[in-house]
Design a protein around this ligand. Structure first.
Ligand code: BGC
Length: 535
């Protein structure tokens, strides 16, 4: 009984009431507008230079790479022009040591190598053709246009975007920490490593995964208005939405098309309310933040995203294990355990190690509604090496995990509602019959049972949304959104290239010089160097 009462009391500390949700929305709107006015606000509100969403008719073959969390994905995407696409991809885990490498070059060289492997495996013919062409200096347009893949680079960290394929890293998140890369243009870093390998690839667009998700959602389910928000609830969390250009008060460098009157803004909402004006703050939130590599930053993300929820639960579990009067994961005798054994935490259990509890087990806990919680208990054994947990143990674990998950979903509703309200989509009479479409992706929203239901429950409780508003908000999965979205933005960027003949030509001359230097024998190579030296 003591355990049950203790679990209840802890769960109550993760309550996030309807009133809290409403207060959260008001503060989110305030911080959004602050971020549109000036740099350095909690919500970065980064203009992306993307000024329109697709309508489903876009066509062509593009490449996309995605660096954003635990994996690096390389894909090629054939956009069919009828709201459908064909995607080929490979995925590799990022070696842990590269996430904290000494130099940016180490990480980006690894990424370029993966692009080479992908091209050799999936686009051998195009790759060979390019290699042959490199040996001869042929027609400028043929060289530049035909064989060079335009690549959309999904880079899911906060970036100061300076143009469609240019942006400097503001800070790392999600466990990455390579100080050498801060302030550098990540497109240039990738292009440099691609060029070292002589790959036929031009980094044409720099895209946050949320922007990609927004684009992909608009391509695959075009409505009268397109999606208003692309959001990720995965390892990290963030959202990008369509803002009126006139609302973006802070200065923007770089050129962009002003004709639509809109621009996609990357909110970087992971850092919403770093100052903790309204975010809930239990003792375990405090501890998690203190032990993280970026204390005081990404405070919303630390309460909402997959990377952190498991760790939060682990901290609670460890505290509970320390309480002498609570019998959690321990039994007096086999008689007090319904499996007629005694519970044991194996010495190799990762329960006592930071990050040792994978958030995935919270999905198992939420999904197991059987009277004996057998699946959850087996999962506790196989992943955490807690042997023969009793039914009471599993119930307590499920209750606490559920409370942490529920708070995360209700916090997610705060961000979603604030953005829907900011765009005015619920009150615009011209689109009154249309759903307000939102594309989402990420492991939490995809695999955590009832995550979306809990979001809707909170949305209904928000004063300016209510039952009717919540009914109109359509939250749909945009699977592989970032890859497809990056391809779509690369397509837009390729169109912009042609409108800039000077830069295009300079690009070609540069290629010629490099070719000459490397391949065109003896004296010509020397002359190439001279030319370069005069630049
Ligand atoms: C990053 C965002 C990204 C989000 C989801 C956050 O940690 O700061 O740029 O969109 O994770 O991947």
């Amino acid at each position: 009984m003591a355990l049950e009462a203790e679990a209840k009391a802890i769960s109550a500390k993760f309550d996030y009431t309807d009133e809290d949700v409403n207060k959260g929305v008001r503060e989110f709107l305030r911080q959004m507008n602050e971020g549109l006015e000036k740099d350095g606000a909690s919500l970065s509100q980064i203009p992306t230079y993307v000024t329109a969403v697709p309508n489903g008719t876009e066509k062509g073959l593009y490449m996309a790479v995605d660096l954003g969390g635990t994996n690096f994905r390389v894909c090629s995407i054939n956009l069919n022009g009828d709201s459908t696409f064909h995607l080929t991809y490979t995925k590799v885990a990022i070696p842990k040591e590269l996430m904290v490498a000494k130099t940016a070059e180490e990480l980006f060289a690894f990424l370029a190598q993966q692009i080479e492997v992908f091209l050799r495996t999936h686009h051998e013919e195009q790759f060979e053709k390019h290699l042959r062409r490199r040996m001869t200096i042929s027609s400028p347009l043929g060289f530049v246009d035909e064989d060079v893949f335009r690549l959309g680079f999904t880079f899911s960290f906060p970036i100061q975007q300076l143009g469609i394929n240019k942006g400097t890293l503001i800070r790392w998140t999600k466990g990455f920490d390579i100080p050498d890369a801060i302030g550098k243009d990540v497109c240039a870093l990738l292009q440099k490593e691609i060029d070292k390998l002589h790959l036929p690839v031009k980094v044409a667009a720099l895209v946050n995964d949320t922007v990609g998700t927004l684009m992909a959602r608009s391509y695959t389910s075009p409505g009268k208005t397109g999606a208003v928000l692309g959001a990720i609830f995965g390892t990290g969390t963030n959202g990008a939405y369509i803002e009126k250009l006139s609302n973006i008060k802070k200065p923007m460098q770089g050129e962009y098309d002003q004709s639509t009157g809109d621009m996609v803004v990357n909110t970087e909402w992971g850092s919403f309310d770093n100052q903790l004006n309204v975010l809930p703050n239990t003792p375990w939130d405090v501890e998690l933040d203190k032990q993280s590599i970026n204390p005081g930053i990404q405070m919303y993300e630390k309460r909402v995203s997959g990377m952190f929820l498991g760790e939060l639960l682990r901290l609670v579990v460890v505290e509970l294990l320390k309480k002498p009067h609570v019998s959690f994961f321990k039994d007096e005798s086999s008689d007090s355990n319904d499996w007629k054994s005694t519970t044991n935490i194996a010495s190799d259990s990762t329960l006592y190690t930071q990050w040792g509890l994978d958030t995935a087990i919270m999905s198992v806990a939420a999904a197991d509604n059987t009277p004996e919680l057998v699946t959850l208990r087996q999962e506790l054994e196989s992943t955490l090496h807690v042997y023969a947990p009793s039914l009471e143990d599993a119930q307590a674990f499920k209750a606490i995990a559920g409370a942490i998950g529920r708070r995360a979903a209700r916090l997610a509703a705060v961000a979603i509602a604030a953005i829907v309200l900011q765009t005015g989509s619920l009150t615009n009479p011209e689109t009154a019959d249309e759903p307000v479409d939102i594309g989402v992706d990420g492991s939490l929203v995809e695999y955590y049972p009832y995550f979306r239901d809990m979001i809707y429950e909170a949305l209904r409780a928000i004063e300016s949304v209510g039952e009717e508003g919540a009914k109109r908000i359509r939250i749909g999965i945009a699977k592989d959104g970032s890859g497809v979205g990056a391809a779509l933005i690369a397509l837009v960027a390729a169109g912009m290239e042609k409108a800039e003949p000077k830069e295009y030509f300079a690009d070609y001359i540069g290629q010629l010089r490099r070719n000459a230097r490397e391949h065109a024998l003896g004296s010509l190579a020397e002359e190439g160097d001279d030319v370069a030296a005069r630049d």
